[in-house]
Ligand binder design. Structure first.
Ligand code: BGC
Length: 333
């Protein structure tokens, strides 16, 4: 080998090693936090906020994001929407920690569990970064404010609706998002409290879907097999009702089984139109996102904000859909 080629070879190796160490040092940050150049932020935006949802591509969270982006565009906020690809508490926590480390002006996220989120939120707030909880509150933390559904009340409403629709006689299986999350526990508790005085209502199973469509379908199938006495389902997170409906149709039990779900995603509405899902609990994800951003701006500007803002919650049934929609013969699926 000539002297020149030895030098070129050595230079190549050194260059490669240096690039690798840069990539591994900054890699995670670059992937999860696609921060624009600092200069751009300074010129274009007044604030830099991060929203960390439970699951990035979940249709429900995309609506929260849409609302947040509308407010962000209006008020000159650089908004990053980052979080787990699939619901995962460790990734969720890590993303909040990374956002706090990059010293953003405010963080909007769920207060999923007291154990993991309360100390974390407190640490972030102590660093001087305001936190607003959205959709799920960590009421015992030092978060500045919460905007979202009153989850206990929402579960209670679902229970009362089920009693009315089944004339007080039902064997109910509940499929809930996760057992550990505050809002899911509150929805289940509200439901249990609403039906507890009803002699004819029995809760025969409570299972968790882990916010996964596949798991929700598996759990629904299992319940249909293990509990032939089941006559009603309550799905407490956005995708649960959809998957329950799919399984109930698969086993052709639409006429025997009553379903009440959560949220108003297009698939849920389509199942209501078909009559497979009888009712759903309406949440206002767009409002949550929009309101969280405006509240954060107010906080930063030293304005007083209402610490707990409950967005509207109500029940939606076939008769509440516009007539044109009820008659529609086109199917989304
Ligand atoms: C909940 C969200 C959850 C989503 C899951 C919604 O009903 O409010 O917290 O992430 O369902 O699909």
């Amino acid at each position: 080998m000539s002297k020149l080629s030895i030098m070129a070879y050595t230079f190549g190796i050194v260059f490669f090693l240096v690039s690798c160490s840069f990539a591994s040092f900054y890699g995670y940050k670059v992937v999860t936090h696609d921060l624009p150049k600092e200069e751009k932020i300074v010129k274009k935006y007044q604030y830099h906020f991060v929203m960390v949802p439970e699951e990035l591509d979940n249709d429900y969270w995309r609506l929260v994001e849409k609302g947040a982006r509308a407010a962000a565009d209006k008020y000159g906020v650089q908004l990053e929407y980052v979080g787990p690809k699939q619901a995962n508490i460790e990734d969720h926590v890590k993303t909040i920690e990374m956002s706090a480390a990059s010293k953003v002006d405010g963080i909007m996220t769920q207060g999923l569990s007291d154990e993991q989120f309360t100390p974390l939120i407190n640490r972030v707030v102590e660093k001087g970064i305001p936190v607003i909880t959205v959709d799920t509150d960590a009421a015992n933390s030092r978060r500045e404010a919460y905007i979202g559904t009153d989850n206990y009340y929402a579960g209670y409403l679902a229970g009362k609706e089920l009693i009315a629709d089944t004339k007080g006689k039902a064997n109910v299986a509940i499929i809930t998002g996760t057992f550990y999350a505050n809002h899911m526990q509150q929805r289940v508790k509200g439901f249990q409290d609403a039906v507890k005085e009803e002699k004819g209502i029995h809760i025969i199973a409570v299972e968790e879907s882990e916010i996964s469509r596949v798991k929700a379908a598996e759990k629904a199938t299992q319940i249909l097999k293990d509990h032939p006495e089941v006559t009603a389902f309550f799905g407490t997170s956005a995708l649960d009702g959809i998957e329950i409906a799919q399984m109930v149709e698969k086993y052709q039990k639409q006429n025997q089984i009553y379903i009440i779900g959560f949220d108003t995603l297009p698939e849920t509405i389509e199942y209501i139109r078909k009559g497979t899902i009888k009712a759903t609990v309406v949440q206002e994800p767009y409002q949550m996102g929009y309101g969280a951003v405006t509240m954060m701006i107010d906080l930063i500007n030293g304005k007083k904000v209402t610490p707990v803002v409950h967005t509207e919650t109500r029940i939606l049934r076939l008769k509440d859909l516009p007539l044109s929609y009820q008659d529609r013969k086109v199917e989304i699926r």
